[in-house]
Design a protein around this ligand. Structure first.
Ligand SMILES: [Zn+2]
Length: 296
């Protein structure tokens, strides 16, 4: 079902929200495509049956399987172009990089090759640059929001801010306790940048749209602060990073983790540790072959 937010802009709510921008009376751009063929079919039905249009382009916010997993299907059915930010485009072309990143840069465990982490590959026709631009006839602005992924972006059009995963909804924070992150230092700056975007509507990658991002940024900041506090508390005893993970997961009541859940959060904790090292709070050293994190 199409949820209109302005004359030219709306979205299809779902597990991953799919933004829709009207380029001209018979063509639209999709902001992300969702997880798989099922979501692709749903979105194509909305575009064709409700909007009487065809997809001219996909603009991906970042290279996570739940945001580009339906690219290949939509492109096959419509012949549309695919655009994405640099780095993210490489993951979209080579989806094995996502589970490989999560697995510390190595050949990933087979359990990390599920459809939630390993999408079907999609060609990318163009690299989306940051800033205001004409995108297939529509005036849009691509907003840099790095941190959730290396070159994570949002899109601002007609006062509607598609902010992707710079914030997670309250339900996800409550459930998972620690939202996935690639880099905390950049992500904190992106939360500030998101607050400064002049928008009448905010559509996150997951969860309902709202008229302001302020409350969501506050909730996400709280989750970050409690994770930072739990890590600092753990580092009172010098610990290897796996030990830091276990202690922090227990302190924050992270639900029982399977391999997929663990390997999503282990790099997230590494991102926090790198930020703590960068800001002079923590130090990393290898002592007698043991990698140890401790307070500075
Ligand atoms: Zn994501």
């Amino acid at each position: 079902m199409y949820a209109p937010l302005s004359d030219r802009v709306g979205y299809v709510p779902g597990g991953t929200n799919i933004g829709i921008i009207r380029n001209d009376p018979t063509h639209v751009t999709l902001i992300d495509t969702g997880l798989n063929d099922t979501t692709a079919r749903k979105v194509l039905r909305v575009v064709r049956d409700e909007l009487h249009s065809e997809v001219v382009a996909i603009l991906n916010t970042h290279g996570h399987a739940d945001h580009f997993g339906a690219n290949a299907f939509v492109r096959k059915r419509t012949g549309c172009e695919v655009w994405a930010p640099d780095i993210e485009a490489t993951v979209i072309r080579h989806p094995i990089l996502q589970p490989a990143f999560l697995y510390g840069g190595a050949d990933p465990l087979d359990t990390l090759r599920s459809r939630f982490l390993l999408a079907e590959a999609s060609p990318v026709d163009g690299i989306a640059e940051i800033g205001p631009q004409d995108f297939f006839g529509a005036a849009i602005e691509v907003v840099a929001l790095p941190g959730h992924s290396p070159n994570h972006t949002g899109v601002l059009v007609d006062g509607v801010f598609f902010c992707a995963d710079v914030v997670f909804p309250e339900a996800a924070i409550e459930k998972y306790r620690i939202p996935y992150l690639y880099g905390l230092t950049d992500h904190l700056a992106s939360l500030d940048a998101a607050l400064a975007i002049p928008a009448g509507f905010v559509v996150p990658g997951h969860g309902p749209h709202s008229e302001s991002i302020d409350a969501l940024v506050g909730l996400n900041h709280q989750a970050i602060d409690r994770t930072l506090a739990a890590i600092a508390n753990t580092l009172q005893t010098p610990s290897a990073s796996d030990r830091v993970c276990t202690e922090v997961f227990r302190a924050l009541d992270v639900p029982a983790l399977n391999a997929q859940g663990f390997f999503l959060l282990k790099p997230t904790i590494n991102a926090y540790l790198a930020h703590l090292e960068r800001t002079g709070v923590a130090v990393f050293e290898v002592v007698e072959q043991e990698p140890l994190w401790s307070l500075a």
